[in-house]
Design a binder for this molecule. Structure first.
Ligand code: UDX
Length: 436
């Protein structure tokens, strides 16, 4: 099939590349000329495991192309994916100006029947608004379908190629059939393509992300309570997770959820509730608890240094909001860095992928180390913000020898409390006993 993808951000690029992988001819459109030029030269603009291999292979096979022309995109595709940004407005709602702007232009340029697909995470009712924006400009026949993505950063290619489910919100048989044909190669294992109305599809995405954010937040509160009563959240987590109704995944406590989806989607659903006279009490609490959780280590760091962090040398391992990405959007590390800088601490950080992004934000206020051990030289304390695998089994002797004091604040519970006790560290983690 001929497919066009409007917007080559994270979702658009993964969607376009993976659809080319199953033999479709894909044209990706973006207004950023520089970016389009780079992609035409084979440069992947984001870090995402496996994407570069697929990108390269499909460009070489002539199945993946790039352009800045929306008109070219519209003429090329039978199905037109809208993968445009929906940034958070000041009031927490999703800003639909990019999506509706594109819809209007599509209406102006439409010459023959197309299926227009909302791929971005958009509030309930957006398919109707996109339909209206296009219909205001044209009399040509078209259908709008809602097809939310469930891609995890770091696993986006894998999630796209082997989805647990595909959700299609459509009220047109013709559009549904085309979408089913497009996605059939991805669900050969028998995972379902679930067809529903557009509004339910739009809500499914928000409900899934908000549920997961709530699950994590609930565990963060259990962890905080464990510390109060002397219980161990790792034990509680395993005890709970073996109940198949609860499940083992997304029960890991830490310094709060971040990223481009959870914080934005939880707030957008909460706002959507308000707009429809429904108060999501639970989401209100999730937002509040997560804001506090991102800074949960700071009072302990303050207490350890008796409120005096001036000129203390603090090492940070991990800056990205989670491993296997360079994404720092809503990353807990940013809040911790900001607060430490305000207290006069000097910070040396290491992250395998996200240092450039953090550098752009903090400039020379912090130092970046070329590797994890350079970061801890003479450090008065190490703070772990992201659970990259390389941090899981460090050389503790080296840490003890090269840090100024053997002190670790671990926001991701990477080490066994007993092991670290034997190694002779001061160790503070989440929902477990502090070793001092
Ligand atoms: C998420 C959804 O998983 C994906 O389906 C959706 O389409 C986009 O949003 P992503 O933001 O890439 O994906 O990351 P994910 O792996 O889900 O983690 C989200 C946040 O939750 C991270 O900050 C992570 O550190 C945190 N998390 C996750 C926990 O704190 N504990 C857990 O047990 C799991």
């Amino acid at each position: 099939m001929n497919i066009s993808v409007i917007g080559t951000g994270y979702v658009g690029l993964v969607t376009g590349t993976c659809l080319a992988e199953t033999g479709n001819n894909v044209l990706c459109i973006d207004i950023d000329e520089n970016k389009v030029k780079k992609m035409q030269d084979g440069v992947v603009p984001i870090y995402e495991p496996l994407l570069d291999t697929l990108f390269d292979r499909n460009i070489k096979a002539n199945r993946l192309k790039f352009s800045t022309s929306l008109e070219e995109g519209l003429n090329h595709g039978d199905i037109i994916f809208l993968a445009l940004p929906t940034p958070e407005d000041e009031d927490g709602s999703a800003d639909l100006s990019y999506v509706l702007g594109a819809a209007k232009n599509i209406g102006k340029l439409l010459k023959s029947y197309k299926v227009i697909v909302d791929k971005s995470t958009v509030p309930v009712g957006t398919a109707d608004r996109v339909t209206e924006a296009i219909a205001n400009e044209t009399t040509v026949d078209f259908d709008v379908v809602s097809n939310p993505e469930f891609l995890r950063e770091g696993f986006a290619v894998e999630d796209f190629l082997k989805p647990e489910r595909i959700v299609i919100g459509s009220s047109s048989d013709k559009a549904t059939k085309l979408m089913e044909k497009l996605y059939k190669p991805f669900v050969r294992s028998g995972n379902p393509i679930i067809v529903m109305d557009e509004k339910s599809a739009e809500l499914t995405k928000y409900a899934a992300n908000s549920f997961l954010a709530t699950k994590i937040t609930f565990m963060n509160e259990i962890a905080n309570f464990c510390e109060k009563i002397g219980a161990d959240v790792d034990k509680v987590r395993i005890g709970m997770g073996t109940d198949s109704r609860i499940g083992k995944r997304f029960l890991f406590p830490g310094i709060g959820y971040g990223g481009s989806c959870f914080p934005k989607d939880v707030k957008a659903l909460h706002k959507s509730g308000k707009d429809n006279n429904y108060n999501f009490d639970i989401l209100n609490a999730v937002i509040k608890v997560n804001d506090t959780q991102k800074r949960i280590l700071l009072p302990r760091i303050d207490a350890y240094f008796k409120g005096d962090l001036k000129d203390k040398k603090i090492a940070i391992w991990g800056l990205a909001f989670k491993p296997e990405t360079d994404d720092i959007r809503e990353a807990p590390a940013l809040y911790i860095i900001q607060d430490l800088l305000e207290r006069g601490a000097s910070i040396t950080a290491f992250d395998p992928e996200a240092m450039d992004n953090v550098g752009r934000k903090f400039g020379n206020q912090i130092t970046f180390a070329p590797d994890m051990y350079s970061a801890i030289q003479d450090a008065d304390a190490l703070i772990i913000c992201t659970e990259w695998s390389i941090f899981r089994t460090p050389d503790f002797n080296k840490l003890k020898a090269e840090m100024s004091a053997p002190v670790i604040f671990d926001g991701r519970n990477l080490y066994d409390v007993q092991d670290i006790k034997n190694e002779g560290f001061y160790y503070s983690s989440i929902g477990r006993k502090t070793i001092d």
